[in-house]
Design a protein around this ligand. Structure first.
Ligand code: HEC
Ligand code: HEC
Ligand code: HEC
Length: 370
């Protein structure tokens, strides 16, 4: 879909190329005695004509794709679409006459002017919804919070039923946090840019009347609704609830999906989903996993576990010297001005590494503190 500014610019460019092409054609056909520069005018007309057709095809393609997502049209949209499609045969006829049926060339000026008039009407109809929305948008800047909410209630009815009915919205009542309502409304504005003018009042209304309360119970409601909406696309919910995981593990699972399917799961949906899953299917925290997470967080900034262990094996570090290695790492981290782990954390990491690291037998004894 085209961004509205881009589409306005392209529309203006389209009218400009068409307008100049018509002007040149009038000159070529309208002068009884061929004057100097006639050939150049014909060439220029041809170049502009090609640019015009190209822009038309882009618009046609974008429009058809967009229209396929609409459930119904406003009268303005219907006329806009009919003219946009109707231009095709007129333009095709003009091109055929130029290329194949030159003996009909006398109808070319008429066809050209028809084509151009239709494009002016198409652009005007395309711009009208934006102009109307601008002109009728309430002056929400001056409204207080209550006023904004009241305005939002009416605007929701007027502006949000174009592609789906309001059941779609009522269904979600109490099932989204305030933040997630913002995500939804912004998504709708992306689908329908003229909604930008009424985003604030509609959002204020939805957040006031439709948001799940900002309490643990509210987060659970949001989480449960999100799991229904997001996690049944490829498998049943039995699959989801058939496992128990620690909070960290649930987070990893959900984050992986969010990364894999950025258009399906929004980053701000991760927390409520994880909280719900952990509350329903949480496994007790696993000390080893927590130690690993600490390692990842502190040491993983520069290298992964196997790399550290391999290197340690290569230089035959005995477990007793882990604390010394970690002290050296602290130096490196300080040089790079990174945040440093605490003494307790260093102790935990040292224990974890000693447990992970199977010391080569031969090292024993000979590598005591030197
Ligand atoms: C351009 C067409 C269009 C307009 C206008 C529109 N929507 Fe939607 N809406 C959609 C589509 C398409 C979906 C389905 C998206 C999906 O299921 O991922 C949808 C789904 C929804 C949903 C359910 C999905 C969810 O994530 O909760 C809500 C709620 C919603 N819209 C609210 C609104 C509101 C509020 C407005 C007015 C500000 C609005 N819509 C205007 C196209 C539109
Ligand atoms: C794009 C498709 C898709 C979506 C969306 C999806 N899953 Fe999965 N999921 C899979 C596939 C594929 C498997 C692996 C096959 C299997 O085990 O059935 C799987 C397996 C799982 C498993 C079992 C294996 C494991 O990783 O523990 C869980 C739990 C799970 N999904 C949870 C979720 C949750 C929670 C969501 C919603 C946030 C979700 N899934 C959404 C495709 C999906
Ligand atoms: C600021 C980046 C940085 C951080 C943070 C960091 N390291 Fe290192 N680490 C390095 C570099 C660079 C080397 C290789 C140079 C060296 O050995 O002095 C290295 C090497 C190592 C080695 C191999 C040492 C040897 O003598 O062969 C081990 C083991 C190691 N790191 C463990 C850790 C542990 C455990 C932590 C977390 C407490 C950690 N690192 C945090 C940068 C870092």
């Amino acid at each position: 879909m085209l961004d509205p500014t881009l589409s306005a610019l392209l529309g203006a460019l389209w009218l400009l190329t068409g307008g100049v092409a018509v002007r040149l054609m009038l000159r070529v056909y309208g002068q009884r005695v061929p004057t100097e520069g006639r050939l150049a005018a014909v060439r220029m007309h041809r170049v502009l004509g090609r640019a015009y057709v190209l822009i038309y095809l882009v618009f046609l393609f974008v429009m058809i794709r967009k229209v396929l997502t609409y459930a119904s049209f406003t009268p303005l949209q219907a006329v806009h679409i009919a003219l946009g499609v109707g231009l095709f045969p007129v333009l095709a006829t003009k091109i055929l006459v130029v290329r194949r049926y030159r003996s009909l060339h006398r109808i070319l000026p008429g066809l050209g002017i028809t084509v151009y008039s239709m494009s002016v009407a198409i652009v005007a109809l395309g711009a009208m919804p934006f102009l109307i929305a601008k002109a009728t948008a309430p002056e929400t800047d001056e409204l207080d919070e209550q006023g904004l909410i009241r305005a939002g209630m009416a605007l929701l009815e007027q502006r949000c039923q174009k592609c789906h009915d309001l059941d779609r919205v009522y269904d979600q009542k109490g099932r989204k946090s305030s933040d997630l309502w913002e995500v939804t409304v912004d998504e709708m504005v992306r689908l329908e840019p003229p909604l930008a003018d009424v985003r604030d009042p509609i959002l204020a209304y939805l957040q006031a009347e439709f948001a799940a309360p900002d309490t643990p119970a509210g987060v659970m409601l949001t989480g449960s609704a999100l799991i229904e909406a997001r996690c049944q696309k490829c498998h049943s919910l039995d699959r989801v609830f058939g496992y128990t995981k620690t909070e960290q593990q649930w987070r990893l699972t959900v984050e992986r999906y969010a990364e894999l399917l950025p258009n399906h799961i929004h980053p701000s949906e991760i927390d409520p989903i994880v909280m719900y899953l952990y509350a329903k299917r949480g496994a007790p925290p696993d000390p080893e996993e927590e130690m690993r997470a600490l390692f990842e967080q502190q040491c993983g900034r520069c290298h992964n576990l196997s790399r550290a262990l391999d290197q340690a094996r290569e230089s035959q570090i005995s477990p007793r010297r882990w604390k010394r290695v970690i002290r050296r790492m602290k130096g490196i981290a300080e040089e790079r001005e990174l945040e440093i782990w605490s003494e307790d954390e260093a102790q935990t990491i040292a224990e974890y590494l000693a447990a992970q690291y199977k010391e080569p037998e031969a090292d024993e004894g000979e590598d005591e503190e030197k």
